[in-house]
Design a protein around this ligand. Structure first.
Ligand code: SAM
Ligand code: SF4
Length: 358
């Protein structure tokens, strides 16, 4: 078993070879072209957000299963040859990876069909004050910083760490970096921060950032998510409209967020309604876990093992690249039309969000 989360993971159902295109862009059976690779750099984190990780007893990925930086760059290079033009580094907390700056530098140097690889990061922000300049120097293009509450006690209860001041310091560093658009992520939670949605938007506007509210998804380690307890995108908008005028911005493309101009703009706010208004039809994303598994969806119950190929001593280098490409193509060919959260029979993936890479 390649992944030791204590649960055997299902391997991807291999589509018949004839069904897997062996050249051209990464287009799946539903016509979706894949351009964006989400890379989890680590499953470790400096926080323990209730909707993501358990307070203790996290089944960490064994160190020897984590992809080395050379392995990761290799996958990235093959992905670029298949049409990937954008990479988002995530986790766990990606800034905990000791060589994250080197990873950014090497990924940002990869040539794609649309110029240099565009590299962004999603982070809890805690390490940004000490790393921001190096990340910019390495070629980071954009970043999203997660902040669910501005209340110190709530932040401590929600993340199980008393680090609100560090997170705010991180947002200040992100703002000062000049990287734009700067985005802030907030998961809306009933009885936790649903009384703060307008405060969060005001804060984001003041910090020249686009706030994106995310519907809470069933990806917590404890499998405690309840559909009826979730704050829906429409509720979020109704609450914001009590104070702000919101006007839908056209041209969403493959973005998960529906974006609105705030009070006539230029400030904007996004709502990622993954559960109530899924955007699977326009999905252009594929994921690589820190232990080298390709997932064609956040909610996939199957994975395809790249690590074995990366470490197979019987393969020569061209053979290895060809095998990596074949596995990525097979995964895309097997992608389902949607995640099915709102359908009967939906099963939460075995890995929590922190081990998939959000
Ligand atoms: N540690 C980094 C962070 O928190 O930004 C990156 C990884 S985190 C998994 C990426 C994003 O996923 C964060 O914005 C987080 O709030 C979001 N997230 C985590 N669990 C979630 C869940 N169950 N539902 C919705 N969003 C979630
Ligand atoms: Fe860590 Fe991000 Fe998960 Fe919070 S959401 S526990 S910061 S990985």
């Amino acid at each position: 078993m390649a992944v030791s989360l204590g649960i055997p993971l299902i391997r991807a159902a291999e589509p018949a070879p004839a069904e897997v295109p062996q050249d051209g862009p990464l287009v799946d059976r539903y016509g979706r072209a894949h351009r964006d690779l989400r890379i989890s750099l680590t499953d470790r984190c400096s926080l323990r957000c209730t909707y993501c990780m358990p307070v203790t007893g996290v089944p960490w990925l064994p160190k020897d299963t984590l992809l080395t930086t050379d392995e990761l760059v290799r996958v990235a290079e093959v992905s670029a040859s298949l049409g990937i033009v954008e990479m988002r580094l995530t986790g766990g907390e990606p800034l905990l990876r000791p060589d994250v700056v080197t990873v950014v530098r090497r990924l940002a140097a990869i040539e794609t069909e649309a110029g240099r690889m565009r590299v962004s990061i999603t982070t809890n922000g805690l390490a940004l004050p000490k790393m921001m300049d190096d990340l910019v120097d390495a070629g980071l293009e954009r970043l999203n910083v997660s902040i669910d509450t501005l209340d110190r006690e709530k932040y401590r209860d929600l993340t199980r760490r008393d680090r609100l001041d560090d997170a705010l310091e991180g947002i200040r560093a992100a703002r000062a970096s000049g990287l734009r658009p700067l985005k802030l992520n907030a998961v809306a939670m009933r009885g936790v921060n649903d009384d703060e949605l307008r405060d969060l938007l005001r804060f984001a506007v003041e910090h020249e950032a686009e706030l994106r509210f995310i519907e809470q998804m069933p990806l917590d380690a404890g499998h405690t998510w309840r559909r009826d307890a979730m704050v829906e995108g429409e509720e979020i908008l109704a609450e914001l409209r009590r104070e702000f005028s919101l006007e839908r911005v056209a041209g969403r493309g493959a973005s998960p967020a529906e974006v609105f101009a705030v009070d006539g703009g230029p400030a904007t706010v996004g709502v990622i309604a993954s559960v109530t208004a899924p955007f699977c039809g326009a999905c252009d994303r594929v994921r690589l876990t820190a232990d080298g598994q390709i997932r064609n969806c956040l909610f996939a119950r199957e994975e395809s093992d790249l690590r074995a190929v990366l470490r197979d001593e019987a393969l020569d280098e061209p053979g290895r690249d060809a095998a990596i490409a074949r596995i990525i193509r097979g995964s895309i060919a097997a992608k389902r039309p949607g995640h099915g959260i709102d359908e009967p029979g939906f099963l939460q993936p075995q890995r929590p969000m922190s081990a998939i890479g959000g």
